[in-house]
Structure formats: C-alpha cells, structure tokens
Design a protein around this ligand. Structure first.
Ligand code: PA5
Length: 495
C-alpha cells in the first residue's frame, strides 16, 4: 500500500532497549525499563491472531455470549458512509448530515452541543483541534457563516449552565431578527437516559419554547436529536413532533466512546464547517492499514503492542499522552475516556494521563524525569503548523538576552523542547515514543481517531478483556438515582 505524505506514524524505536550497550548505570536501567526487541518479536504471532479475530468479529451477526457486548460497527463505518454517499447522495446518512448542518448554519449563529462522555468528547476534539482557537470571539464574516459553538450537558454545573442561558438571553433578543439572534441545540445521548444531558436538555427545551414560542415550527428546525433506535430521547423527540427522519441514529453496534465518526461527531463537525468526507477518508485509510499492512507499517498494531507490553510486562501502569499542541488537549481527554472505560476492568488496565507540552513540563516534568518508574510517555507531535512561524526577532533592549535566538521561531522552540525532553528521558531510562501527525487536518484527525480506537480494541483482546461496554459506570448512577428518590432536598440544599 502506498502511504500518502499525510499518513501518521508511530515511532517507538527510542524505547527499545539498545542492544550491546556498554555497561553504565543508565544502560542497566534501560535494559530493565525499555522494551526488549525479542519480547516484541515474540508477541507478533499473537498480534496476528488478534487482528484476524477482530476482522472476523466485524462479520458476526449472532454474537456468542462470551463476546458480548460486541460493538465493532465503528471499524467499517467510515467506508460504508462514504460508499452510501456516493450511491445515494443527499438521501444517504452523510447527505442528511450535510443538509441539516447547512440548515443549522443558515438558521442560527450559536449552537449548543449537549452530551457527555462519548457523546461529548469527539465533537469537542474536532472543535478544539480544527477550528480557530478563538472561534467564538471572531466576527460573523471571519467565521464564514459557522455558528459559535458551546458545549453543555456534560455535568451538573448550575453556575456554568446559568451563565450559558444568560449569554443566550442577552445576545439573542428577537428571534424574528434573523440568524444573528437565533440559537440551536444538538442533543446527543445514545441511551437517552444520561441525567447530565437529559436534565440540561430539559432546561434548553424550556428556554427554546419561551424564546421561539412553544408551537413554533422553528423549534424542530434548530434543535436536532442524535440517539439510538429506541430510548427516552427518541420517545421524547417523537412526542415533540419529530419524525424518525428528523432524528439521527447512533447504530446499536457502535459504542459511545467509539462513536465520533457517526452523526455524533459528524453533524457537529459539518456545522463547524469541517470537511467530514476527509475525516472519514482518513479513518477508512487507517482501517485498511490495520487490516492489510504488515506490523512494520501498521501503527495500530505497533501502538497496541508497545503499550500493552509496557503496562503488562514492564510495570508501567500510567500511560501519559503528551500532546505537543494545546489544540490537542481534548484529544487527550477523549483518549482518557477511551482507554479508561475500555480496559479499566477486572482490576487491570493502564491509567491514562494527558499533559500539554511544554506547559505541563513546568508542573509534571520533575516527576516524569525523576519520579516513580511507572510511566510510558506517548508524545503526540504535529509536524507542520497552519500559520507562518512567529520569530523572536531582534530588540534594542536585549536585557532578556534573546537577540542570539532572534531568527528562531515558535516551532523551532517547540521542536527543541521536544527533542530535549526525549533525550533527557532516554538518558534517565524513561520510555518515550512519538506519534507523528503530519499536520492538523480532517484527514489526519480521522486517521488518529480510528488508530486509537482500533489499538484499544487490539490491546483489550491481547489482555483478554472485553474493550466494549462499561458496566462499572452503572454503580454510581444507581446510587445517585436512589439518593434523588429518597431525599426531599431542595435545589438549595448542600451536598
Ligand atoms: O462510552 C460510553 O458508552 C459512555 O461513556 C457514554 O458515551 C456516556 O456515558 C454517555 O452516554 P449516552 O450517550 O448514553 O448519554
């Protein structure tokens, strides 16, 4: 397979234990904490078996009890969506998404996205990584018709919710004044039962009914539900007069944290003005690489193998995702959920930790360098920036001593910090690898999402843990509902 320049690469050679290294205290530590190439080689047959197993699971219609739950639908979905769009055009899922996104952009200048966990983090990553950092502050012209984007329904946060409602009330006064004064909602919940989202949605439905009028046709134009085939959100939407064609469906065989490339991520992305076909093309290319490429050119198998061995055999239970761009901080949050909910089962599973570099080197760098040897660090590095380099430049007053660096730009500084950190961690026998992104684009983000989701499934199968489902999350929800039923607490009572 010919890889385009846009392909992401996992470089992990720097954490392989150097062969024939002369004995020094550091070399001794590396031999204990770095990955032995022999161990990696020994794992290859098992990796091939797991890949074949995952490939076969995609075809299963009757799911045996030991594999349940099985939510492998995300693997082929990107290509299926693209194929259906080619065949059916506007009538396809992608066609519908593009049509509804155009309507929301034409009708509103502010969109609130409600959802939590897998129904929140994917759209959040897309907004943070691919839209302008100060998108909501830009003028309407500079935003090129893309509404301002807000996120809510991911917490029980009274003040934050009130602040957002106040903002809508003060900026949108007359719905007849046109799109500048209209706002809409995308409400996302697969189960339709998640209280954070459901309660917040109730507040926004009330607000919208007051603003647009409870029988206004506009309500169903500017509020779009995304949910599963059945459940309370679908029932509520039907009761509100939505037909099933007005509601986007999250397929049953796609789990919440694996749903970013369904309508959950694609509708918000299209509203944000992003190229959702490029996202899907990137993801479909990654699925093909996973299924067809040998280990040496297969970042899914490489990432899964290295991280699996590090946590299971080298005593590295903390998995640090060090993102070298502030725009990828929420990618780290998304991966936190993916790893924690997929593999944190039966007393096992690495603990994810996201850091933004260089910012957090000033907070955690000391511990990474000299603290417990319980971590593997995966850097996520973006090779090219969207904007020209801002150089340090010459100044008349050189008291800050920066004139000697005058020709260096921000990318040079970041690059030097990354190399400097990697070298320092190598010297201190701290295992570190690099996930290289050629740029921040839809195609690259599509690859990255799919790569990390597939690698998590591979890792789960290597561990003998079902990566799908999250039974442990139910316990707190049961207790919370019991407390809510048993107490007559008013909205003002303390915890
Ligand atoms: O991965 C999962 O399935 C969960 O984290 C869900 O995404 C999260 O709990 C939100 O659930 P729902 O979409 O049903 O509101």
């Amino acid at each position: 397979m010919q890889l385009p320049d846009e392909s992401i690469v996992y470089e992990y050679q720097s954490l392989l234990a150097p062969q024939m290294e002369e004995w020094t205290p550091a070399a001794e530590l590396r031999s204990r904490h770095f990955l032995s190439p022999d161990k990696l080689r020994d794992l290859l047959p098992q990796l091939q078996t797991v890949r074949s197993q995952i490939a076969a699971e995609r075809e299963l219609t009757d799911i045996p009890p030991e594999l349940q739950p099985l939510e492998a639908g995300f693997i082929d979905l990107p290509q299926q969506l693209l194929d259906a769009h080619r065949r059916k055009g506007e009538a396809s899922e992608l066609g519908r998404i593009l049509t509804v996104a155009s309507r929301l952009k034409a009708e509103t200048d502010r969109i609130v996205i409600l959802g939590v966990g897998g129904s929140y983090l994917g759209p959040r990553v897309l907004f943070d990584s691919l839209c302008n950092t100060y998108h909501n502050e830009l003028s309407s012209d500079a935003r090129m018709g893309v509404p301002r984007i807000y996120f809510s329904g991911n917490n029980f946060d009274n003040d934050a919710l009130q602040d957002l409602l106040d903002l809508l009330q003060t900026t949108c006064v007359d719905p007849e004044a046109g799109r500048e004064e209209r706002w809409g909602v995308i409400v996302i919940s697969k189960s339709g039962e998640t209280l954070e989202t459901a309660t917040t949605y109730r507040a926004f439905r009330r607000e919208a009914a007051e603003y647009y009028g409870s029988s206004s046709e506009l309500l169903r134009q500017v509020i779009v539900p995304i949910t599963s085939q059945t459940g309370k959100l679908r029932e509520l939407s039907r009761a509100d007069g939505y037909t099933d064609e007005d509601i986007f469906t999250i397929p049953d065989n796609v789990g919440g944290r694996f749903s970013v490339l369904t309508a959950v991520g694609l509708l918000p992305a299209a509203v944000m003005g992003l190229d959702i076909r490029a996202l899907l093309l990137g993801a479909a290319a990654m699925t093909r690489r996973f299924l067809e490429e040998p280990y040496e050119r297969n970042p899914v198998l490489q990432f899964a193998a290295v991280n699996y061995l590090m946590s299971e055999q080298y005593g590295k239970p903390i998995r640090v995702m060090a993102v070298w761009s502030k725009k990828l901080e929420s990618l780290g949050m998304w991966y936190d959920q993916l790893l924690a909910e997929s593999l944190g089962k039966q007393g096992r599973g690495a603990t994810p930790l996201t850091v933004v570099c260089t910012r957090d080197l000033h907070a955690r760098g000391q511990q990474f360098q000299e603290g417990q040897r319980d971590k593997i660090i995966n850097n996520v590095v973006v090779k090219t920036q969207k904007t020209p380099a801002i150089t340090i430049g010459m100044a008349d007053h050189n008291e800050d001593d920066l004139n000697s660096l005058s020709r260096k730009g921000m990318p040079d500084l970041l690059d030097a910090a990354w190399r400097g950190m990697n070298l320092a961690y190598f010297d201190a026998a701290r295992p570190t690898a690099n996930l290289i992104l050629p740029s921040l684009s839809e195609h690259v983000m599509g690859q990255l999402f799919q790569m990390l989701m597939l690698a998590t499934v591979v890792e789960g199968r290597l561990m003998g843990i079902n990566p799908y489902g999250q039974p442990g999350v139910e316990a707190y929800k049961r207790n919370m509902r019991a407390f809510l039923r048993s107490t007559n607490s008013s909205s003002q009572s303390p915890m």
